[in-house]
Design a protein around this ligand. Structure first.
Ligand code: ABU
Length: 372
């Protein structure tokens, strides 16, 4: 990279280069995620029905306080932080191909938006309640796209999200069938339409890993290959067969700097898929057990305890972590990182932790080949 030329406004090739600009989600007007063919929210501690409609104001305020706290920490590191628009998510949605009771939230830009080099890609999304979530980011996208001709912007094809796109019985599969199907990587979305959430991708310079999951199907990965490989990227489908409900790679396989990935000890890569890392001298380091067991996670949180490893890198030597995850702080400290702890548990019920709640738009650096 020529350091005398200003970076393109949109420039991010991996998960760890020095961070310059980022989007942090907002909890305003968030709703409980509705039941739909692609999703069945459930309480962790009882069979009572999952709540519906807008989240209570005090829950929203608590989450916003922690999101604002993250913003202050990032600004303290010299990072420019911008926020999405708080959409009205509370009304029923009716399109020609589906209906849903309400939308969800704009806390997790990571699921919707991804920077791949100098290009912004809006994911297709996989759930009805999140179909229009991109609208919260459009003003930001236009601001980058209008201000810098080097910025590319691609909207992936929107799927129908009609009933036929889903396997509704997925949610009732007995364990035996789940075991059988997980080896085929068949989940709640069929293979007929292009479907992916951006958070199923992890960026390593030229190489982009894409997890096949409940939120990304093989047609989605095929689209990403056809879109990205002519632009110099290599797309690698990856699988974590012990994860029965895989969705989003950033609680499973988290690169921290060139040569080092934090891995989930309960979700090993499919045999053979780790070869590119071993062949190129990368170290795969297991994350310690989270400080909360699955049944100790916040009541409305639908994610796993592994939100513990959903960290955000400010640079190859500085990582933002949830404040209670002391065993992870200690590991990162031993590995030579500075850890910036922030309280974030009140955000968990909005679908993620620190990586999920952000979308890095600009980091230093350029397209490197870490797997020559
Ligand atoms: N949105 C990330 C959730 C992943 C997990 O529950 O492990």
């Amino acid at each position: 990279m020529n350091h005398s030329a200003p970076l393109p406004l949109v420039n991010s090739w991996n998960e760890w280069d020095p961070l310059r600009e980022i989007i942090v989600g907002v909890a305003d007007r968030a709703c409980f995620e509705p039941a739909e063919p692609g999703y069945r929210p459930a309480l962790r501690d009882s069979d009572e029905p999952f709540p519906t409609g807008p989240k209570p104001a005090e829950m929203v305020d608590r989450a916003n306080e922690q999101l604002d706290g993250l913003v202050r920490v990032l600004q303290g590191q010299g990072v420019t932080v911008r926020r999405p628009d708080a959409l009205d998510l509370t009304r029923p949605l009716k399109t020609p191909t589906f209906e849903v009771a309400n939308q969800y939230c704009v806390v997790c830009p990571r699921d919707v938006m991804i920077t791949l080099g100098n290009e912004i890609v809006e994911a297709t999304m996989s759930r009805r309640a999140r179909y229009f979530e991109y609208q919260a980011y459009r003003k930001l996208v236009y601001s980058y796209w209008n201000a810098d001709p080097r910025v590319a912007w691609t909207v992936a094809p929107k799927p129908s999200m009609a009933d036929a796109m889903y396997r509704e019985d997925f949610w009732e599969w007995p364990l035996e069938k789940r075991h059988a199907e997980m080896h085929n990587s068949e989940f709640c979305v069929t293979q007929d339409e292009v479907v992916f959430d951006a958070a199923d991708m992890s960026r390593f310079g030229r190489d982009v890993l894409v997890q096949e999951s409940m939120t990304t199907n093989r047609a989605g990965i095929h689209w990403l290959k056809r879109h990205l490989e002519p632009r110099g990227f290599r797309v690698h489908p990856v699988h974590f067969p012990l994860d029965f409900f895989p969705s989003h790679i950033d609680c499973t396989f988290v690169p921290l700097r060139p040569g080092l990935v934090l891995t989930n000890p309960e979700r090993p890569l499919r045999e053979g898929e780790e070869r590119m890392f071993h062949d190129n001298g990368w170290e795969l380091v297991e994350a310690p057990q989270p400080t909360s067991a699955n049944d100790e996670m916040p009541r409305y949180c639908q994610s796993s305890k592994w939100l513990s490893m959903n960290v955000l890198s400010v640079s190859p030597s500085t990582v933002v972590c949830e404040e209670r995850e002391k065993p992870l702080h200690d590991l990162l400290d031993k590995l030579g990182f500075e850890v910036l702890p922030v309280p974030f548990r009140d955000v968990f019920e909005y679908g993620g932790s620190l990586h999920c709640a952000t979308w890095d738009v600009r980091r230093e650096g350029t397209m490197e080949d870490y797997f020559p």
